[in-house]
Design a protein around this ligand. Structure first.
Ligand code: ZN
Length: 146
């Protein structure tokens, strides 16, 4: 735990990043992105985060790195099975919040080329859902991770 860390706060169930829980084990927690100010978010945007406050990929222990890889692989397969996207993107950036987190998000079919990567989330045709819908999706995704 680190005071002032938004992801540590999220794991305590506090703060703006708290979203529906998908799956967890002793090392990692997988969750869906919470709704934004308009009460919706793109369906199929997950985070894989370490329980321990470790800032970067190279700061993980080997068991944590293995757990992250396995969770990301399973979560990607879950997104593929539930949403049939064109693609599932994966990104580890971490410049803004120094607590390891991996982004996994879908690119919906027919997304125009002018929305190449992160921009595909802003395409008006990307499916969005409210709290009820993302919670239901998280429950369906969870079935693929156990
Ligand atoms: Zn933290």
């Amino acid at each position: 735990m680190s005071e002032g860390c938004l992801i540590c706060a999220k794991h305590r169930g506090q703060g703006p990043l708290v979203g529906p829980h998908v799956w967890s084990d002793e090392h990692v927690i997988v969750s869906h992105r919470p709704v934004e100010d308009d009460g919706t978010t793109v369906l199929g945007y997950l985070f894989v985060e370490t329980r321990r406050h470790a800032p970067t990929l190279d700061a993980l222990t080997e068991p944590e790195a293995v757990a992250v890889a396995k969770a990301a692989w399973r979560a990607t397969r879950a997104l593929r099975a539930e949403l049939s996207p064109e693609f599932v993107f994966s990104a580890i950036a971490g410049r803004t919040v120094a607590h390891f987190h991996q982004h996994l998000f879908v690119r919906y079919h027919d997304t125009p080329d002018q929305y190449p990567w992160m921009e595909s989330l802003t395409w008006p045709g990307a499916k969005r859902g409210d709290d009820t819908e993302i919670t239901a999706l998280a429950a369906r995704l969870a079935l693929h991770l156990d």
